[in-house]
Design a protein. Sequence first.
Length: 326
Amino acid sequence: MKTLVSTLAALAAATFLATTANAADLVLYTSQPNEDAQATVDAFKAKNPGIEVEWVRDGTTKLMAKLMAEIEAGNPVADVLLIADTVTLQRMKESGQLLAYKSPEAAHFDATLYDADGAYYSTKLITTGIVYNTGAGMKPEGWKDLTKAEAKNLVMMPSPLTSGAALIHAQVLSGLEGYGWDYYKALQQNGAAASGGNGGVLKAVATGEKVYGMLVDYMAIREKAKGAPIAFVFPAEGVSAVTEPVAILGGTKNEENAKKFVDFVLSEDGQQVSTRLGYIPARNGVAMPEGFPARETIKVLPLDAAAALKTSESDIKSFSDIFGTN
């Protein structure tokens, strides 16, 4: 009886979602935090009154599993996607699952921040740099400082097996001249730990359990503003970035509204939403969030999404061979 009730409840929930989605003028699937997703949708609706938007939020992995199941069943619900990284959308592009759209707003973005065919566009820059406890003896300035004797057994990083941003970071640094996988071997030999996601790194460094860490920028800067005894460094060698790209799903039933959404999140008004939420805007000429240095002082290292997609499995194996499978 319990199984029957659970099954009926699941069917009812699925039917409710499908009915609600059908009633909407636009359906957004996003991996943004709930507060960010609501702020984005509210701002879009303010500029586009009369367009009803429904949004579904989950982690990128779970969200993509849901979407792929819908596509396989021939009934995808989403019109637009706003998710963590370009590599995921590059995979969808290569599978013919995205609608190419040349947004006029792209003229205000560096060409490295969007797909040349218009399959997806970066909406913000979430970089990975170095966080350290202000009680640290050494004040790190670059990535190789984490391999010094002063940092022995005091470094923590998120694992690429858990964090998409950590995987992209490893792919970027392992491809950087003078680094490669030898850099990660040096970290491991110096006692660096790799486990879980960015939240665990922040907690470990803020509490003093560890002293140094690799962390996404906004988490460190937000916590510092709240009084946490931490500081954040954008290393001079450069930082990796996930860019929360936006894309239109192929076969969307609301193509014109989907294009309006893409144009909005890329517009100056849309990019100012990112700034207010504490993220580096992807669009040129938009003010930085409070607590961040000037945009021109941050060197963002390039990522070739197509190449990163091809090497993802081997890169995860290379990392696991060094640090294990945490």
